[in-house]
Structure formats: C-alpha cells, structure tokens
Design a protein around this ligand. Structure first.
Ligand code: EPU
Length: 301
C-alpha cells in the first residue's frame, strides 16, 4: 500500500511521519511479512484527525505494536501500518501506580517497576512485545496476567473516534483476549502494583527466566505460542504427542523445544507458516477432536 504524496503532506501537517516501503519481516519477531508504508503517530492528540483523514481517503490500515504476536502475509501489502514512536517511551512510578506509554517494552517496564519496589509482574518478564500489545492480548505467563493490574487506559477508541480514558474495570480481560476493538489504539496505561522489595522481585524474575529458558526456543524467530490452550488442555503437549516437533513447511517449523512455538528457521514465507498452522490444526482435530484457536494474529493480504 502506497500513501500518495498529497496525503503524506496532510499527514505530516498532523504531526505524523510516513515511512515508505517498510519490510514487516524486519519488524516482526517471526521475521515474516511483506512491505507497506508505515504511518508513525508522533502526536497522540492528532490521532482522531488522522483516523478521519484515512477514513475519508479510504486507506485500509492495521496497527502494529511490538510485532511479536503477529503473522503477516507476503508481498506488497494491501494495508498501511500504523505505529507509535518507540524511542524513549515514558515510564513513571507514583506510589503503587505505574504510568506507562503503550510503546514501552514490556520486559523493560517489569524491571523498571521492580527497581521501584513494585512487583506482581515477574511472570511477564520474558514475554516479548510492547505494553500496549500485552494489554490488548492480556498477556500472561507463570500465573501472572497484566489485566488485573490495569486501573486506567488512555486510548483512541474507534467507536467514538476520540481519545478517551477508560477505567480498568470497564475493560474485559479474558484468557489472551480483551474487549478492545481491533481498530482501538492503546496509548498509555496506569497499573496498580503491590509493594515488594526489589531483591524479592528479582528472585521471582530469575525463576521465571530460568523456566522460560529451559522450555522455550528463545534464540529462534517465533511469535510465542501459535495456538491458545484449549480449556483444560495444552496445545503444546498435544502437538508434541502427535510427534510433530520438527515438522516443517519450507523454513517454517514446529519447534523441537516447545511444540506450540513455530519457528522461522531461515527464509520462511507467510504462506509456509499459514500452511504449517493449518496442517497442525487439522492433525490435532483428527486425533483429539479439538479445534485449536490461533493465539497469533494473522494479517492476510
Ligand atoms: N508440553 C509438552 N511438550 C511441549 C510443550 C509443552 O509436553 O512441546 C507440556 C509441558 O511439559 C507441560 C504442559 O505441556 O506439562 C504445558 O506446557 P508449558 O508449561 O510450557 O505451558 P504452555 O501451556 O504450553 C503457557 C502459555 C505460554 C507461557 C507458559 C508459561 C499459552 C498458549 N501459552 O504455555 O505463553 O509462557 O504457559 O506460563 O497460554 C504465549 O502466550 O505466547 C506463551 C508462550
């Protein structure tokens, strides 16, 4: 998707920056994805105007956070990508409250809060991605989910076309799912976290890091778990039991370390990864009668 020069000028007037022909393979943890123009939303207050302008100009778009839970199609993409600036996102602590920019790195915020003697987030230490992405997905690991800590979210709400501040209790946080709409853009969040001495939090962080290192393919390109766990079950265990570790389509492969991680071992294309996902889903359906639901978000062209 190419942004026309005239539109680019108007977007620039609203404080946005257009970066032409970005390769999403370079901006996603899977290292997969075609090219498109990126619109960097540098000024939060102009986002409603920018969205109206893009509506008027009929520009299809998707919002990219940390790019760690998304599988993007190949080739020239049919949509532009919106992104928040990632340089120096704000993090601030006041009492038991942490005020975080959505673009902040999740892991960095866990350690930042820990240094201010605020715990409760240790389980999320190795979860890659941004705070905004973690919020959208209600990221979780080792018994911690971000949702219960959320007190306030400042967001662009697509339904109203305005920037609004929403209370944490007005957002539904389920297992890897929330009530945010696909076109909403999370901008800032306030978390409330329990006081805990730094050394104690650090010990918890070390345990989680150790568990993660021993069971997940952290050195390889992946999007974390591909499927949600079915109620009461484990997608990874089922795929493993079917002997599918190492199963591949082109350079897309079921990790031989954790069967719910699918890795890009080289030059995997989106089509390869999609085929691998379909193959595995079908095998699990055949063997267990369980329909696995994607956790990874798929952006088809
Ligand atoms: N297992 C296997 N083979 C495998 C993988 C797992 O037998 O290849 C077994 C394990 O031995 C264990 C069970 O399956 O008995 C569960 O495995 P694990 O503890 O690794 O947890 P998981 O359910 O596979 C979930 C989250 C992870 C999170 C971990 C740790 C989902 C889909 N996955 O994995 O989150 O890091 O728990 O809390 O909920 C993610 O969401 O992207 C993600 C990686």
């Amino acid at each position: 998707m190419r942004i026309k020069a005239e539109l680019e000028t108007r977007l620039r007037g609203l404080g946005a920056e257009v970066r032409p022909r970005r390769s999403l393979a370079e901006h996603t943890s899977l290292g997969i994805g075609g090219t498109t123009d990126e619109i960097l939303l540098c000024r939060y207050e102009t986002i409603p105007q920018i969205m109206r302008l893009l509506d008027d100009e009929e520009v299809p778009r998707r919002f990219l956070g940390g790019g760690t839970n998304v599988l993007v199609d190949d080739g020239e993409l049919s949509f532009a990508v919106l992104h928040l600036p990632t340089s120096g996102p704000g993090m601030r602590v006041e009492g038991n409250a942490a005020y975080l920019d959505a673009a902040a790195d999740l892991g960095a915020t866990v350690t930042f809060c820990a240094k201010h003697d605020l715990g409760g987030m240790e389980g999320l230490i190795g979860v890659p991605g941004s705070v905004g992405g973690a919020l959208r997905m209600n990221a979780g690991a080792y018994g911690t989910q971000i949702g219960p800590h959320v007190r306030e979210v400042e967001m662009y709400r697509a339904a109203s076309g305005e920037i609004e501040t929403v209370g944490g209790s007005d957002i539904r946080f389920d297992y890897r799912h929330t009530s945010f709409a696909a076109e909403d853009v999370v901008l800032r969040v306030k978390l409330e976290l329990p006081s805990q001495p730094f050394q104690e939090i650090l010990a918890g962080i070390k345990v989680c890091n150790q568990k993660r290192r021993s069971s997940q393919p952290l050195a390889q390109k992946s999007a974390g778990c591909i499927f949600k766990n079915p109620p009461g079950g484990s997608a990874g265990r089922m795929i493993d039991e079917l002997g599918l570790k190492g199963h591949r389509v082109g350079d897309a492969m079921v990790s031989d370390r954790h069967a719910n991680f699918f890795v890009n071992t080289g030059e995997a294309r989106g089509a390869d990864m999609l085929k691998l996902i379909d193959d595995v889903r079908e095998r699990v359906r055949g063997a267990y009668g369980v329909e696995l639901e994607n956790e990874v978000i798929v952006w088809r062209n």
